[in-house]
Design a protein around this ligand. Structure first.
Ligand SMILES: NC(=O)c1ccc[n+]([C@@H]2O[C@H](COP(=O)([O-])OP(=O)(O)OC[C@H]3O[C@@H](n4cnc5c(N)ncnc54)[C@H](O)[C@@H]3O)[C@@H](O)[C@H]2O)c1
Length: 258
């Protein structure tokens, strides 16, 4: 097959959860530009509609669906909606994240809320979407973790800022996701579903100046990541070009942790 054909997502249906978020938007754009029919799903219909309009203005026709990853019935409904409208799912980018814990010692009820969405919800949606993918011969699941799922926090990045110590739940969930990927890579391989992780380093989002400085000087490429930096690898893992990549975790951090 010609190499450009290997990367084509023509006739593929892709779901990106948290698709209206900072990173999600670029992943939606990547999959649509590669020819896929992309569904952007998250909690807030107004935000989704606005992003849909923005994509329309750049010539991309993106579909939207609302769901709540903290609610099993809502995840099942998302699956049924996809099945009813498209009849299949080929690519699932598991990107949504909730950050209810704002401090290192937040109330335990807030820890539970985070667990419900970022741990229970992650297993729940992987089970439901992989079931749908299996009906039409398999596909590719791309879990979005973080370098924070691979290493503890570099606390010196927060020196001179009022950002405080990062909360622990994120490290727990993102670390868990990397090994959950390996678990499902083996368990779902018989259904022709590949499962991989992308672990981004810091993504620029107008963070406080001092934090940007502290972090950037440690990155060999001397900059934060942007959404663009994750488009190519997402299409690689989603497409036939990545047909033999399974169970992998790809760290993309500009060389920070090299
Ligand atoms: N921003 C970074 O620097 C960075 C770095 C490494 C990894 N990541 C990872 O990238 C992914 C996207 O992060 P982001 O920074 O774009 O986040 P974001 O907060 O901009 O987007 C998160 C998305 O998840 C959705 N979401 C949250 N709770 C939900 C729920 N209960 N049900 C359905 N949707 C829900 C939100 O609506 C939003 O669309 C995450 O998995 C994150 O861990 C981000």
């Amino acid at each position: 097959m010609h190499v450009l054909e290997l990367f084509s997502l023509k006739d593929k249906v892709a779901l990106v959860t948290g698709g209206a978020g900072i990173l999600g938007k670029s992943l939606v754009e990547a999959l649509a530009e590669a020819g896929g029919k992309v569904i952007m799903a998250s909690r807030n219909i107004e935000v989704l509609e606005e992003e849909k309009r923005n994509f329309k203005a750049q010539g991309l026709d993106i579909d939207i669906l609302v769901y709540d990853q903290g609610n099993h019935d809502s995840i099942v409904k998302l699956k049924e909606d996809i099945q009813n409208v498209y009849g299949r799912l080929d690519i699932f980018v598991n990107n949504a994240v909730a950050r209810p814990m704002k401090t290192v010692d937040a109330d335990i009820a807030v820890v539970e809320q985070s667990m419900r969405i970022n741990a229970v919800g992650v297993i729940d949606i992987m089970r439901e979407m992989s079931e749908l993918m299996a009906l039409n011969g398999g596909g590719s699941i791309i879990n979005i973790s973080s370098m924070m799922g691979m290493f503890g926090p570099d606390l010196s990045n927060y020196d001179g800022t009022d950002m405080g110590t990062p909360p622990p739940d994120y490290f727990f969930h993102k670390g868990g996701m990397i090994n959950l990927t390996k678990y499902y890579a083996k368990v779902l391989a018989g259904k022709n579903i590949r499962v991989n992780t992308i672990s981004p380093g810091g993504i620029f989002n107008n963070q406080p100046e001092r934090f940007l400085e502290n972090y950037t000087k440690k990155v060999p490429l001397r900059r934060f990541g942007t959404g663009q930096d994750f488009k190519g690898v997402t299409v690689l893992l989603a497409s036939h070009a990545g047909a033999y990549i399974n169970g992998e975790n790809i760290l993309i951090d500009g060389g920070l942790l090299a």
